[in-house]
Design a protein. Structure first.
Length: 367
């Protein structure tokens, strides 16, 4: 995507291929900071501390994490136990986004076939790069398949502004390019469709007002930041035409784990008969799980993310306590929206119902 006229991705290799470069998303929207990851520990910390975040980007960082394991491997023959333990460490950096396990395992499988350290480096690099290109292609397709949904609403409204509501950041910052939920939005905008996005601020880490607002603004898309609780009111007032969100893990039965608060948006959308779509690349399906509410692991993060808020004052980032110092807080990072509340999935292979039959129609080889 273009930022101030320059093409930028969220992750890439340094010219000498000794480091993985990432946008440190903790610094946005106030500063665009690029940092280097040179070791598996640095890749793990970047995922855990959310310098990178969003399911496809977590996966991409995990894939390049295996490349860093190859670069830093002991120079003699590499034991299988080395690969397995480094990959387990990477996979446990965050528990909910299944893209991480998927991408790490893809690169691990490729390197485990090769025992010579020098070859492992190029195999890991090539497999990780291929995964990343594949994810970019998938997100582009999500945009193409989702565009008609927005186009149809625009026609129905005779060209009046289409109001889309989104939660968290499922934009290009959460991926590598295009985004998932934002891919149809960018495609519609680029076609000249008049649209406007309601951006949920997404407490506690404010991925909506820090990241989604930033990237929509850089692309020129009209948007308004709202509190997480405003969506229901706007829906009742007829000010939301469609909800599009991303996901961190979706079962083959159609249940969707996404940023905490997504479930409440889906309930409000159902009550107001507003279409609620989930955009995802197939790497976000967990084909092994049947009951999302029971089976998807929900990350619990440090309660201090709720108790403190970070922002910009006097030209620098400041962190302030916003609750009684001795109050307890519980920080659930994701929730699960049951399939019955989802109108459909926008995938790289097209749109389907959030049912096993609907998903099977697009991904028959998985059933
Ligand atoms: O905690 P985060 O910022 O990693 O959560 C991200 C989300 O919930 C996104 O909606 C999801 O990963 C989909 S990204 C295309």
């Amino acid at each position: 995507m273009k930022v101030d006229g320059k093409n930028l991705r969220t992750i890439w290799l340094s010219p000498d291929e000794k480091a993985v470069k990432i946008i440190d998303q903790r610094c946005l929207p106030h500063e665009l900071v690029i940092i280097d990851l040179k070791t598996v520990d640095e890749a793990i910390a970047a995922i855990r501390d959310m310098a990178v975040r969003g399911a496809p980007l977590i996966g991409a960082t995990g894939a390049y994490g295996v490349y860093l394991a190859a670069l830093n491997a002991p120079s003699q023959t590499i034991e299988d136990t080395y690969w397995i333990s480094e990959c387990e460490r990477l996979k446990s950096a965050r528990p909910t986004a299944v893209n991480l396990t998927w991408a790490v395992d893809e690169v691990l499988t490729a390197v485990m076939k090769e025992k010579q350290p020098d070859k492992c480096v190029s195999i890991a690099r090539n497999r990780a790069a291929a995964i990343i290109e594949q994810e970019v292609g998938r997100c582009k397709k999500i945009g193409e398949h989702g565009l008609p949904l927005i186009d149809e609403i625009s026609r129905r409204k005779q060209g009046q502004t289409v109001n889309v509501l989104t939660h968290c950041n499922a934009g290009w910052l959460a991926c590598i390019e295009h985004g998932t939920a934002t891919a149809p939005i960018y495609a519609a905008f680029d076609q000249g469709i008049d649209l406007h996005v309601w951006v949920d601020e997404t407490r506690p880490l404010n991925q909506g007002n820090r990241l989604t607002a930033w990237e929509l603004g850089k692309h020129g898309v009209k948007h308004t930041i709202i509190t997480d609780n405003a969506g229901g009111y706007l829906m009742q007032q007829g000010n939301v035409d469609i909800v599009i969100v991303g996901t961190d893990r979706t079962t083959g039965t159609g249940d969707v784990a996404n940023k905490i608060g997504t479930y409440l948006k889906a309930l409000a959308a159902k009550d107001n008969e507003i279409p609620f779509y989930v955009a995802l690349p197939s790497s976000t399906f967990d084909w092994n799980l049947k009951d999302g509410v029971k089976d998807i692991p929900i990350e619990e993060r440090n309660p201090d993310e709720i108790r403190y808020i970070e922002g910009r004052a006097d030209g620098k980032n400041q962190r302030v306590l916003i609750c009684p110092a001795d109050s307890a807080a519980a920080n659930y990072a994701f929730d699960v929206t049951p399939s019955k509340l989802v109108t459909g999935f926008i995938t790289e292979r097209g749109i389907c119902k959030a049912t096993p039959e609907g998903i099977k129609r697009l991904f028959p080889e998985r059933f």
